[in-house]
Design a protein around this ligand. Structure first.
Ligand code: PEP
Ligand code: MN
Length: 299
């Protein structure tokens, strides 16, 4: 039994020994987290990592404008999809390699590290040449050849939880990456399909899993309140809740608030603007300051 009170639990020391906290008790005592570095940003440290950007890269101008919003709001990293996993093949699929080039250029101009999704094992190198961190999306969490490929490639990986994945399946997926020698993995809770998801929010944000993860692995974990809710008005409260529940950072979708800006081609209903993002980042920074003060006081 791994988690006290849990009905049943897998033996993570056997399923995922490379990422299991229990098999690394000396290296990561108590609830210590592995520091995963993406350029000058560190996941798993005292400062949480605020990632924001558009759902999909639609143009150079749009991406640069939103990267400036991320900077001005105090964010640390830029997100944006160039290859989009859409339900219908008739929906906008992303700009592909052109989107990657835009991201790389905007990242270079602003100095913000960039994270973007890779869906195809054959494109790991191409995406990796343009991004500082490779995102494995929810739909691909169990695409094992893809996990092996990003593991071999070696750049830091943002591993999103499959929308119906158990803790065991999620950590098993991380183990595939780790087995190739890449331990620079950040987990991302992005909401699961459970009754009544779809009725008032897109998915159900599972904050319980953060504590379970902290017990079972030393890998940092962030939360994506945008896909978890699918509703812009829910993103801010979900972000605050995630930080209180112990997230090491957030992944948030934003859109331009200019009156003449085009409606995002993807996930428009969940995109927030600069004012809400600023409040979320301020909440996280204030919380960090209080935690540091409390720690200093306790010493
Ligand atoms: C995304 O973050 O761009 C995305 C598609 O999210 P998910 O894989 O969690 O649905
Ligand atoms: Mn999206």
């Amino acid at each position: 039994m791994a988690i006290a009170g849990a009905a049943a639990s897998a033996d993570f020391t056997k399923i995922c020994p490379l990422v299991s906290r229990r098999t690394h008790a000396q290296e990561y005592p108590e609830l210590e987290t592995r520091a995963v570095e993406v350029k000058d940003v560190t996941f798993g440290g005292a400062r949480s990592v605020m990632i924001a950007g558009p759902c999909s890269v639609e143009s150079y101008e749009q991406t640069l404008e939103l990267a400036h919003v991320v900077e001005q709001c105090g964010g640390d990293m830029l997100r944006g999809g160039a290859f989009k996993p859409r339900t219908s093949p008739h929906d906008f699929q992303g700009l592909g390699v052109e989107g990657l080039q835009i991201l790389r250029e905007v990242g270079r101009q602003t100095g913000l590290p960039v994270v973007t999704e890779v869906m195809d094992p054959r494109l790991v190198e191409t995406v990796g040449e343009h991004a500082d961190m490779l995102q494995i999306g929810s739909r691909n969490m169990q695409n094992y050849p893809l996990l092996v490929e990003v593991g071999r490639y070696g750049k830091p990986v943002l591993l999103k939880r499959g929308m119906a994945a158990s803790l065991c399946e999620w950590l098993g997926a991380a183990e595939y990456i780790a087995q190739e020698g890449n331990l620079n993995i950040v987990l991302c809770e992005r909401g699961i399909k459970a009754y009544p998801s779809g009725e008032y929010s897109r998915f159900i944000l599972d904050l319980n899993v953060l504590q379970a993860l902290k017990q079972e692995t030393f890998l940092p974990v962030i939360v994506d309140p945008s896909h978890a809710t699918g509703v812009a008005a829910m993103v801010e409260p979900a972000s605050r809740a995630a930080m209180e529940a112990g997230a090491h950072g957030l992944l948030i979708e934003i859109a331009s608030e200019r009156k003449d800006a085009a409606r995002p081609k993807c996930d428009a209903a969940q995109a927030i603007g600069a004012a809400a993002l600023t409040r979320i980042v301020e909440f996280a920074r204030n919380r960090e300051m209080h935690l540091l003060e409390a720690k200093a006081y306790a010493v």
